[in-house]
Design a protein around this ligand. Structure first.
Ligand code: PLP
Length: 366
C-alpha cells in the first residue's frame, strides 16, 4: 500500500516532553513543564464542575453543531451563530479550512518560523507552501508576504501573537495588509493567545470581520481557558466561508465535555482576568531576569517568551531538563541559540530562572 505522495515526507508531530516521562527517565520527583504554553493555573473551577456534571451523558453522542456553545460565543463576540465553527482544538479548524479550500493547484503563504500546522495541513492537501521569514524582531514581514501573493494564492496564515516568537502585528499593520490583499485570498488570523495580549494596539479582528469578508479568526480554549486536554477551539468568519468549512466537518468533532466546559469557561471572566494579569506580571518577572543576565528576547505578547541564551539552545534545554524544567527548543525554528519558555506561576518562574542561571554556567558560550 502506498500513501499519498505529498504526505510521505511529513514529520510526525513532536510534542513537548510529557512530565511523567521526564520524571521516569531522570529519576526526578518534581518536574515543571514550561514547554507547551499551557495555563499554569489550570482551568476555571466552573469548567471542572461542568465536566463532572456531564459524566452521565457519556454514552450519548454530543451535539455535533455545538448549538448552545455557538450561541454563547456568538453573543460574547457580537457576531451571528452562522459565523462560527467549532473544532477539536483550533488545530482541527486549521485542518478543516485546508481540507475545504486547498487543492494541489493552490499556493498558501505563512511566516517562518510560525505555528507548524498551517504548513502541515496545506501539504496534506498537496498545496504549495511559501514561507516568508520573520524580520529581525521576530515579527511577520507583511510586506514580503504580500509580495508573494499571486492569482494562485488561496490562503495567507497570520499568527498573531506569533508562536514561537511571541510578537504581534498591530491594528494598523493588519488593516494595511487586508487593504492590499486581493479578495480571492483568505486571510486566517490565528489568535490563540489573544486573551493574554495587553498591548492597546492589538487589532480588534472581530470588528474587522464587518469590513473584510475574507478573514477567518481562530481562537482556542486550550490556552488561557486551560482546557487543552478537552480539545476545543473555533473559527469566526463570513457565513459563506463557515458553511464551506462546516461541509467538511466530521459529524461529532467536539465532545460534550469540551462544549460544556467551554460554555462555563467563557462565563468565568474573573478567572481569565486573573490569568491575564498573572501572565503580564510573569513576563515582567522573567524579562527583568533576562535583562539582568544580559539575554536578549523577542517582544512577548502571549504566555511564552523566546529568549536568546547565547549558547546552543539544545544544550541549555538538556541542562534545564536535568534540573526538572521542560522548555522548548526546536532546531527547525532557525534560531540555534534560542529557547521558548512558557510563563509559569511566580514560583515556577523563579525556579526556572535559578535553573537557567546554572545552565548558563554549565554550557559554554557558542
Ligand atoms: C496552541 C495553538 C493553537 C491550537 O491549539 P488547540 O489546542 O488545537 O486549540 C493554534 N495556534 C497557535 C498559534 C497555538 O499556539
Amino acid at each position: 500500500m502506498k500513501p499519498k505522495q505529498n504526505i510521505m515526507h511529513l514529520p510526525v508531530y513532536q510534542p513537548g516532553k510529557p512530565i511523567d516521562e521526564v520524571k521516569r527517565e531522570l529519576g526526578l520527583t518534581e518536574v515543571i513543564k514550561l514547554a507547551s504554553n499551557e495555563n499554569p493555573f489550570g482551568c476555571s473551577p466552573k469548567a471542572k464542575e461542568a465536566i463532572i456534571a456531564t459524566v452521565e451523558q457519556t454514552s450519548i453522542y454530543p451535539d455535533g453543531g455545538a448549538v448552545e456553545l455557538t450561541q454563547a460565543v456568538a453573543a460574547e463576540l457580537g457576531v451571528q451563530p452562522n459565523q462560527i465553527i467549532f473544532g477539536a482544538g483550533s488545530d482541527e479548524v486549521i485542518l478543516m479550512i485546508a481540507r475545504a479550500f486547498l487543492t494541489p493547484q493552490d499556493e498558501t503563504i505563512a511566516a517562518f518560523p510560525t505555528f507548524p500546522q498551517y504548513k502541515h495541513n496545506a501539504e496534506v492537501e498537496g498545496a504549495t507552501v511559501i514561507e516568508v521569514s520573520v524580520d529581525a524582531d521576530g515579527k511577520h514581514d507583511l510586506g514580503a508576504m504580500l509580495a508573494k501573493v499571486n492569482e494562485r494564492t488561496k490562503i495567507v496564515w497570520i499568527c498573531n501573537p506569533n508562536n514561537p516568537t511571541g510578537t504581534i502585528l498591530n491594528e494598523q499593520e493588519i488593516v494595511s495588509f487586508l487593504d492590499a490583499v486581493p479578495d480571492h485570498v483568505m486571510v486566517v488570523l490565528d489568535e490563540a493567545y489573544v486573551e493574554y495580549t495587553v498591548n492597546g494596539q492589538f487589532p480588534d479582528s472581530i470588528a474587522l470581520l464587518n469590513k473584510y469578508k475574507n478573514i477567518v479568526v481562530l481562537r482556542t480554549f486550550s490556552k488561557i481557558f486551560g482546557l487543552a486536554s478537552l480539545r476545543i477551539g473555533y473559527g469566526v468568519g463570513h457565513p459563506d466561508v463557515i458553511r464551506s468549512v462546516n461541509q467538511v466537518r466530521e459529524p461529532f468533532n467536539t465532545t460534550s465535555y469540551a462544549q460544556k466546559a467551554a460554555l462555563a469557561a467563557v462565563k468565568d471572566k474573573a478567572f481569565i482576568e486573573f490569568c491575564r494579569d498573572a501572565n503580564a506580571k510573569g513576563i515582567a518577572q522573567l524579562t527583568a531576569a533576562f535583562d539582568e543576565m544580559g539575554l536578549p528576547y523577542f517582544d512577548a505578547n502571549g504566555n511564552f517568551i523566546m529568549v536568546d541564551v547565547k549558547r546552543p539552545g539544545n544544550d541549555v534545554f538538556q541542562s534545564l531538563l536535568r534540573q526538572g524544567i521542560i522548555v522548548r527548543h526546536d532546531p527547525s525554528w532557525g534560531y540555534p541559540t534560542m529557547i521558548r519558555v512558557t510563563v509559569g506561576s511566580e514560583e515556577q518562574n523563579d525556579k526556572f530562572v535559578d535553573a537557567l542561571k546554572l545552565a548558563l554556567r554549565e554550557v559554554a558560550v557558542s
